[in-house]
Design a protein around this ligand. Structure first.
Ligand SMILES: Nc1ncnc2c1ncn2[C@@H]1O[C@H](COP(=O)(O)OP(=O)(O)OP(=O)(O)O)[C@@H](O)[C@H]1O
Ligand SMILES: [Mg+2]
Length: 272
């Protein structure tokens, strides 16, 4: 499978872990030596924009350096502009990003024209979902009595339409990977049930299932510093390091490999 260039992180369900995943993929790619363009299409929330401005400030205050992406900001005032103006900005940003090795696009947890346009331009769509039937609901409808999969639902249809549009316009296909996020070690029964439905849906609508991410404090506690576990080193160490951090790095590496992305070359972290 070819290496993707335009990567869209999407799921209409809010709070699934899109921005968290986008930040970690960006850091992994940057440490692998790639140039990465960031488009944050959640114009109001701007999680990625805030993360990278935290990063700039933390590094400057601590006299440290770490790789930065190229940012292509969407002004918050665009949120009230007509659709054609917003879509024109998106096309311009994609064009600006075309010289980067990767364009990483974070999308909002809702169905917007901008999000749909991005899905239609993806080489790879990555969909994190919380390990819960509440999150599964936007991907597939399950029978309330038997819990059997009945049909794909909202977000699966959006991706289906993007794939159709892409195939008609350029004859190219879009790789789609769904992965479970915030996995908790204690929920074996729920996990098995969700797992079976995700597998059934995967066969029905044609996505690959990626290696999941556990619920780990390290995935959220470094946000205010603009750092991720991939950035930690003996000199960049705002929190004490432990075995959990090593496990998180392994989890992210497995995910990057499944997405056919180059591996993080800066394996610097060591448990204290
Ligand atoms: N694997 C994880 N371990 C621990 N916390 C996580 C993990 N993934 C996400 N979180 C936390 O879950 C919350 C939601 O994550 P995030 O903001 O990335 O979701 P989102 O899909 O971007 O949400 P939205 O739809 O609002 O944009 C955040 O508080 C984030 O720190
Ligand atoms: Mg988000």
């Amino acid at each position: 499978m070819a290496q993707p260039k335009v990567i869209v992180i999407g799921n209409e369900k809010g709070g699934a872990g899109k921005s968290t995943l986008a930040i970690h993929l960006a850091a992994g790619l940057l440490h692998g030596g790639a140039t990465v363009s960031i488009l944050d299409l959640d114009i109001r929330q701007q999680s990625l924009g805030h993360f990278f401005s935290n990063r700039r400030a933390w590094l400057a205050a601590n006299g440290q350096t770490a790789p930065m992406p190229r940012e292509h900001p969407f002004d918050v005032r665009l949120a009230v502009e007509p659709e054609d103006v917003v879509l024109a900005r998106f096309e311009a940003a994609l064009e600006e990003a075309s010289t980067s090795d990767f364009t990483l696009i974070d999308t909002p947890g809702s169905d917007t024209a901008l999000s749909r346009a991005a899905h239609g331009r993806a080489d790879l769509i990555v969909t994190p979902m919380n390990d819960s039937f509440v999150d599964f609901d936007t991907l597939g409808v399950v029978d309330p009595v038997t819990l059997e999969l009945k049909r794909p639902s909202l977000y699966s249809e959006t991706v289906w339409n993007s794939r159709k549009q892409r195939a008609m316009e350029s004859g190219q296909s879009i790789d789609w990977v769904v992965l479970r996020n915030r996995l908790a070690p204690t929920e074996a029964r729920n996990r098995r049930r969700v797992d079976e439905r995700v597998q059934a849906l995967s066969r029905r609508v044609g996505f690959r299932i990626g290696p999941g991410l556990r619920d780990r404090v390290i995935y959220r506690e470094l946000f205010p510093f603009g750092l991720t576990v991939a950035d930690l080193s003996p000199s960049i160490k705002p929190v004490a390091m432990g075995l959990q951090h090593v496990a998180a790095r392994q989890e992210l590496r497995a995910l990057m490999a499944a997405l056919n992305l180059p591996q993080d070359a800066g394996a610097k972290v060591a448990a204290d």
